[in-house]
Design a protein around this ligand. Structure first.
Ligand code: NAD
Length: 253
């Protein structure tokens, strides 16, 4: 086994929404494996920048609202101008809205679908065009969810978006694998981040969730490190269209 299969030295990774949580964990992991990072965020990703630069890697800071897909072509152009090449895209930015399905409003539907699904599609499309022009393939990693597999409760637009992300991962892999572009996804389980603050604050839900996780604990951003480096590296060159659960065993139950 050649362990330099996981080496990302000289490569550049775009990570959306990396100022906190899982995106931050993945950006730092990719930098640890040798990649420079282009972060696309709505607000200053200062902690991430410091962590990436402390590893001796470059951090390039772009700002955008991922709900606005009109910005996407110029984001890729800007990222390329700053970094000279792009090899890896992690579609991580995501939001969630909680409300009973019976009362769920159009705004909470549209905003979640726009950020979680629509932007992931159009950013992947722009990345794939660039990869085809660069002529050396590339890696697209989407962030799915347990709700790509299950229905969830009171989060209908989130479930629809993340089920869409898993379907899209397969659809894009079918069209782009022949171009050397790997499209895969990571489905995190229950991870301790801002996204799940409300769930963790609810004592009864928190206890019920923890009791159902075979590993007996919530995941953390650092649990994403190995899976994201695997899917970003040569080690996964023949892996296409797959959604890898990183869930402490949740789906196995
Ligand atoms: P988080 O809220 O800490 O991070 C979400 C990130 O997305 C932040 O950086 C935020 O600024 C960014 N973002 C949100 N809307 C944006 C927009 N319009 N434009 C640009 N950036 C935007 O939560 P997290 O848990 O780290 O979430 C990261 C991803 O992981 C999301 O796609 C989420 O759905 C997914 N996920 C999380 C869990 C979990 O248990 N925490 C489980 C499954 C999937």
């Amino acid at each position: 086994m050649k362990f330099d299969l996981f080496q990302l030295k000289g490569q550049v990774a775009i990570v959306t929404g990396c100022n906190t949580g899982l995106g931050q964990g993945m950006a730092i992991a990719l930098a640890e494996a040798g990649a420079d990072v282009v972060g696309i965020n709505q607000s200053a990703p200062e902690d991430t920048r410091q962590a990436v630069e402390a590893l001796g890697r470059r951090f390039l800071d772009l700002r955008a609202d991922m709900a606005d897909i009109g910005r996407i072509p110029s984001l890729i152009t800007q990222a390329l101008a700053l970094s000279g090449r792009i090899d890896i895209l992690v579609n991580n930015a995501g939001i969630i809205r909680r409300e009973d399905a019976i009362d769920f409003g159009e705004r909470d539907w549209d905003e979640v679908i726009d950020v979680n699904l629509k932007s992931a599609f159009f950013l992947s499309q722009a990345m794939a065009k660039l990869c085809m022009a660069q002529g050396r393939g590339g890696k697209i990693i989407n962030v799915a969810s347990m709700l790509s597999f299950q229905g969830g409760i009171r989060v209908p637009s989130y479930t629809a978006s993340k089920s869409g992300v898993m379907g899209l991962t397969k659809a894009l892999a079918n069209e782009w694998a022949a171009h050397g572009i790997n499209v895969n996804a990571i489905a995190p389980g229950y991870m301790a981040t801002n996204n799940t603050a409300a769930l963790r604050a609810d004592e009864a839900r928190n206890a019920a969730i923890t009791a159902r996780i075979p590993s007996g604990r919530w995941g953390t951003p650092s649990d994403m490190a190995g899976p994201v480096v695997f899917l970003a590296s040569q080690a996964s060159d023949y892996v296409h269209g797959y959604t890898l659960a990183v869930d402490g065993g949740w789906l196995a139950r």
